[in-house]
Design a protein around this ligand. Structure first.
Ligand SMILES: Cc1ncc(COP(=O)(O)O)c(C=O)c1O
Length: 336
């Protein structure tokens, strides 16, 4: 009750738990050599309206770092938002898996960026990189996050412009989609229209935050880029031997658009929650709300058992509230 700590505070969405129990029947091949895992690739081909290469891992950190390692050489530079999850929250996993690539933070450059990178800021950051081969590292990859850590969505137009710039400079593009479903639900466009059709080369399609137990799909739209990914995943300890249980979760997540239904619900609850607050640090576009609260207001909420975190950012007294598929109207009945 009243738990807005994170979307991973919710457990498993019931159809996913059911699918896990069904997958528990009998024997199956290990390491992805089973019927459920094979069927999943076809599910993703259908979802993205083209052939894709799909690899499952159990955490977003593994998915991001291994996907970026597939795109970026050790002497490469990855441009990303200054507060991207891969910079602030993954303990150097990207540097580890790429064997030393550098993360170049894209800062506002005078623009008020929020959680999104602007084209202007990207261009200026790219221009500011020293390019004296062989003395400097080589710009290799652009990493974006959709939806962003601060609950905003890039429009298709915005993302296309960023990808076009990246490709014009010979960079590959990665999308951290831990909350891709919430963005698709908000924008009401197809997964294809919001990924490869805009120029995304590799997408991390998040399952955990939408209601899975721990499964993220790394989707390569250009199969050539997946070269050696299987080896990287195994070497990192992320090839799950009872792989059918990851695949079963993801199949149930995709079936009948369950992933989208859960995302729509979470987004809807965030909108309803946001109407309780007077001041917000970021617009509410998906399933996160960032109210600005006085110390007294925060204490009053906590005294009622409301769980949420402080969110360090340029606006003091900002807090983060996250909704999920499990949030109910009753969870919004605290007083403010
Ligand atoms: C934007 C983003 N990317 C990736 C992740 C996945 O991280 P984890 O390694 O905890 O599954 C998260 C989780 O908080 C996230 O918010």
């Amino acid at each position: 009750m009243f738990n807005f700590a994170s979307d991973n505070a919710a457990g498993l969405s019931p159809p996913i738990l059911k699918a896990l129990i069904a997958a528990n029947e009998g024997f199956a091949g290990g390491y992805g050599n089973d019927e459920i895992s094979n069927a999943l690739t076809q599910d993703f081909n259908t979802l993205f309206e083209r052939e894709v290469s799909v690899y499952l891992v159990s955490t977003g950190t593994a998915a991001n770092s291994l996907a970026l390692a597939a795109l970026t050489p050790p002497h490469g530079v990855i441009l990303t938002h200054e507060h991207a999850h891969i910079i602030d929250d993954e303990c150097g996993a990207v540097e580890l898996q790429t064997h030393g690539a550098r993360l170049a933070p894209v800062c506002g450059q005078g623009d008020k960026m929020g959680g999104k990178i602007t084209l202007n800021a990207l261009e200026k950051t790219y221009q500011g990189l020293v390019k004296r081969v062989p003395h400097s590292l080589v710009p290799a990859t652009l990493s974006l996050t959709q939806s962003t850590e601060t609950g905003e969505v890039y429009t298709a137009h915005e993302m296309q412009a960023l990808c076009d710039f990246a490709h014009s400079k010979g960079l590959k593009t990665h999308l951290d989609g831990a909350r891709f479903g919430q963005a698709v639900a908000a924008l009401q466009q197809t997964p294809a229209e919001l990924s490869w059709k805009l120029g995304i080369d590799v997408l991390v399609f998040g399952g955990t935050k939408g209601g899975c137990m721990g499964v993220e799909a790394v989707i390569f739209f250009d199969k050539a880029l997946a070269h050696n990914f299987e080896l990287k995943r195994k070497r990192a300890g992320h090839l799950t031997s009872k792989h059918r249980f990851l695949a079963a979760q993801m199949r149930a997540f995709l079936a009948s658009d369950h992933w989208l239904d859960n995302a729509r619900h979470a987004n809807h609850m965030a909108k309803a929650l946001s109407s309780k607050f007077k001041k917000l640090a970021y617009p509410v576009e998906v399933n996160a709300v960032f109210p600005i609260l006085s110390d007294e207001e925060a204490a009053h909420l906590r005294a009622q058992g409301v769980v949420f975190y402080a969110w360090p950012c340029e606006t003091p007294h900002t807090y983060r509230f996250v909704t999920s598929f499990l949030t109910t109207q009753e969870d919004l009945t605290f007083t403010f």
